[in-house]
Design a protein around this ligand. Structure first.
Ligand SMILES: *Cc1c(COP(=O)(O)O)cnc(C)c1O
Length: 391
């Protein structure tokens, strides 16, 4: 080693400052793809362990901080943060299912998950049975010797069907199925499915968990550490780990999750009440309204709030609906949900475009259905914008 390094080398071998016992109060962003070890044997061990840091596709301390935070919110043994919600769902289902296996799924389903299952069926012969998700006896009726997984959503998109998770998990458990639930719409502040019997909880953290319309991410939380390890191994092959910066932004959003969820719920509740009294609105889908089919269940299962997504059926047809959404000024026309801004979209043209007309009808979506992802604005300003666009 030369005693004086060349400038090119100096520019590369910068020292990382010793913090002298100081602890950063915020989780630092470890934007690094690999980790060095003084002892080569330790490196060899680290590369094979989900608990260690060696290479970014395996794990990262900022990503781990997010996983730990969501594990504690969900009451999980361990979590796996991924590059998107679909990344989490894909990796979990590819771990749990093999060719010829059977999965029972509720038919009120996120469009991307529906497309994934269609692909799993076409490519690998995975068999899928869709159930209404209203009565847990449907699980027992759909059972086959090859059934492996029961897949549910806490609150469905966009009509907010509420699933009786304890009853469905009990039926799934009795049949030895792995019970997976997409808890994106409820958030862990609305519902903690592991405490109700879920084996795996998945989230699109793009939505409420991060909350600021600035990041794509997903996370899967596991009741059992052994299943987490299996899915983690699978994620080494799929390469779906969260990017550290995305994880850092999500952690930043998570700090205000409690405040935001309360406001999302209050705004959605107030807006639903306002819209249900409007003559140009044929129907409002919001579990807070006494005539919603999931009203009683929502009060029991989600005592702290129903998230912030509601849907309306605009009186008239496609033309009136397009005209109404075009006229909104404050509220924007965009996909996604769970961010600070209020957004509207027509499910039949966006999130559910992979479903045919019959499939849409079966889950209560018409051409007049508009989903409203209620944000954090002042409720009076939202009401005023909807009023001027409808009138
Ligand atoms: C958005 C969403 C997903 C997919 O998540 P991405 O982060 O967009 O990949 C899955 N499930 C639900 C309920 C969602 O809203």
């Amino acid at each position: 080693m030369p005693t004086q390094l060349h400038p090119e080398t100096q520019a590369i071998h910068v020292g990382i400052p010793d913090l002298g016992g100081a602890r950063p109060l915020n989780t630092p962003l470890y934007q690094t793809a690999n980790f060095g070890y003084d002892n080569p044997e330790e490196l060899a061990e680290a590369i094979n362990s989900p608990g260690s840091f060696a290479y970014l596709r395996n794990s990262n301390p900022t990503v781990r901080a997010l996983e730990n935070a969501v594990s504690s919110l969900e009451g999980a043994a361990a979590s796996l943060a991924t590059s998107s919600g679909m990344g989490a769902i894909h990796t979990v289902l590819h771990t749990l299912l093999a060719s010829g296996d059977h999965i029972i799924v509720q038919k009120h389903l996120y469009g991307g998950t529906f497309a994934l299952l269609r692909d799993l069926a076409a490519r690998y012969g995975v068999e899928v049975t869709y159930i209404d998700g209203r009565d847990a006896a449907e699980v027992t009726e759909a059972l086959r010797p090859t059934t492996k997984v029961l897949y549910l959503e806490t609150l469905s998109n966009p009509t907010a069907q509420v699933t009786d998770l304890p009853a469905f998990f009990a039926a799934g458990k009795a049949a030895g199925l792995t019970c997976v639930v997409d808890n994106t719409f409820a958030s862990p502040l609305g519902c903690r499915p592991i405490s109700l019997g879920a084996d795996v909880v998945v989230h699109s953290s793009t939505k409420f968990l991060s909350g600021h319309c600035d990041v794509l991410g997903g996370i899967a939380s596991f009741a059992d550490a052994a299943l987490h390890r299996e899915v983690w191994s699978r994620s080494l092959e799929t390469g779906t780990i969260a990017d550290p910066f995305a994880a850092w932004l999500t952690l930043r959003g998570l700090a205000t999750l409690g405040l935001r969820m309360r406001r999302h719920h209050e705004n959605a509740d107030g807006l639903a009440l306002f819209l249900s009294g409007h003559p140009k609105v044929a129907k409002v889908h919001w579990p807070g309204l006494p005539d919603h089919p999931g009203h009683e269940l929502a009060r029991r299962l989600l005592p702290d709030g129903y998230g912030g997504v509601l849907a309306i059926d605009v009186a008239g047809g496609r033309k009136e609906t397009l005209e109404f959404t075009r006229r909104l000024r404050l509220v924007d026309r965009a996909v996604s949900l769970g961010g600070f801004k209020t957004l509207v979209q027509q499910p039949s043209a966006t999130s559910h475009r992979s479903m045919d007309a019959e499939g849409l009808r079966a889950i209560g979506i018409t051409e007049g259905t508009v989903r409203i992802a209620v944000g954090l604005e002042h409720l009076d300003d939202l009401k005023a914008d909807f009023a001027q666009a409808l009138d």
